[in-house]
Design a protein around this ligand. Structure first.
Ligand code: B12
Length: 382
């Protein structure tokens, strides 16, 4: 077991751009396996069709992910950027994008750094090194392994909090066939603080360390490939991609320093607080051009515009009414975008919104759009 080699590997991680590095052994993560399987049973991972008990098993058994695994190098990179929201301007409502998606796609940025690290490992170890890189896309329970390596502790909002840096950090891991001295888990906890549990607008944190995924705004705006449940829409505020509500209230996060990786920073104010109405004008090509290389392409154009409609419903700006009316009437649009435009018209209220909704009643409409129009008209009456 080499402590000196562990320190040299961690120093290399910083040289290639990671902020922090810590080492875990490659033993199974039994506690995480139990908790993740309990989450699946409770329905907290519903909607993520790939998140099966088989995946939970694999994600918590590092030697199954790389035979011969001896240690796991766990890495972090801060994505905390600061951007002051522009003053509200009537007629130009804006939405919000979660901080982690303000800049380039972190999968690419962190994977490139991890590859650079792996390439230099043989020179540091004095022999060839077998390794496997994990940046979210492949199954490894990254948060539990980061906790075991002492990189941070589990916050009650389920995110890993790093001492002095909070949770505004991505995680990555490299399984290695090197014998490296493991670090010890931290003794820190969130104490009696429950601010994050109270702050979640959709009550997606039913208890400390438990996330009810199907209620999480991050899930609803990024992963859900269907209609957003109507009861949750009014609580989503103006988030159009991801959500930071449970992180923004965290006292540990208030003291965090900003990220050193320039690629993860926003270039313009619209990368963080996009003007909403122009987003409904994007076609597939315009969407790709604008968001290529960022995480925002994940929900596809229709999923993103579905979210934009909900945000417009919540933004209370009457300038949205004619635009939403045109979206609702447009046969070439995805039915879910049209349906959510109807909901937004119902939520905004007023004569013009009602006229836009009633104008569609006589038309032949997809069943799901018709149900949304009926529900939206009922909101006007209520
Ligand atoms: C699926 C997923 C999601 C789903 C979550 C579904 C769910 N119900 O968990 C959705 C889409 C909602 C999501 C949202 C977000 N995600 Co996400 N997500 C993942 C992913 C791919 C898997 C997470 C997972 O396995 N979830 C299943 C749950 C049950 O397991 P878990 O979270 O790992 O850990 C739980 C248990 O294992 C248990 N546990 C295990 N051992 C121990 C030990 C102790 C002592 C305790 C107390 C608890 C405990 O507690 C945890 C909470 O239940 C990871 C990447 C990865 N491969 O790990 C990123 C990841 C967790 N996400 C990340 C981020 C940044 C986010 C968002 C902040 C993005 C945003 N701003 O919108 C939000 C945060 C929402 C939140 N409060 O958690 C980061 C988190 C970084 C960090 N510092 O913690 C990760 C690690 C990606 C990365 N590589 O950086 N995400």
């Amino acid at each position: 077991m080499s402590a000196g080699l562990a320190e040299r590997v961690k120093a290399l991680a910083q040289e290639v751009g990671f902020d922090r590095a810590a080492i875990s052994d490659a033993q199974p993560l039994h506690e995480a396996e139990r908790r993740i399987k309990a989450s699946i049973t409770a329905g907290y991972l519903d909607g993520l069709h790939w998140f099966t008990t088989e995946r939970a098993q694999r994600a918590t058994h590092p030697t199954g992910l790389m035979p011969g695994a001896r240690a796991i190098l766990v890495l972090s990179a801060s994505y905390l950027a600061r951007m002051t929201p522009p003053a509200p301007e009537p007629g130009r409502p804006r939405g919000r994008i979660a901080r982690y998606a303000w800049g380039a796609d972190y999968h690419d940025v962190l994977r490139d750094m991890a590859r650079a690290l792996v390439e230099r490992l043989p020179a540091v170890a004095g022999r060839s090194v077998r390794s496997r890189i994990f940046v979210d896309s492949s199954p490894l329970a990254e948060r539990p392994v980061a906790q075991r390596a002492g990189l941070g502790w589990f916050g009650k909002n389920t995110n890993i909090l790093l001492p002095g840096a909070g949770s505004w950090s991505f995680l990555a891991a490299v399984i290695l066939d090197l014998d490296l001295e493991p670090d010890q888990p931290l003794r820190k906890t969130c104490g009696a603080c429950t601010l994050c549990l109270q702050a979640c607008p959709t009550q997606a944190l039913p208890a400390a360390y438990v996330l009810d995924g199907p209620k999480c705004i991050s899930f609803l705006t990024i992963e859900l490939r269907a209609a957003i449940p109507r009861a949750l829409r009014p609580r989503m505020g103006t988030w159009v991609f991801g959500c930071d509500d449970c992180q923004e209230v965290c006292p540990v996060n208030r003291k965090a320093p900003t990220a050193r990786l320039a690629a993860l920073r926003p270039r313009t104010v619209d990368d963080a607080y996009p003007e909403l109405l122009p987003l409904l004008g994007l076609d597939a090509e315009g969407f790709r051009t604008r968001y290529r290389g960022t995480p925002i392409t994940r929900p596809k154009l229709w999923g993103f515009q579905r979210n934009v409609c909900v945000a417009l419903g919540n933004a209370s700006d009457p300038a949205a009414v004619p635009v939403l009316g045109r979206v609702l009437a447009d046969n070439d649009r995805h039915p879910l975008v049209r349906g959510h435009a109807a909901w937004a018209l119902g939520r905004l209220g007023g004569g013009a919104a009602r006229r836009a909704l009633t104008a569609t009643v006589s038309k032949s409409l997809d069943r799901t759009i018709r149900a949304e129009v009926t529900a939206a008209l009922a909101m006007h009456q209520g």
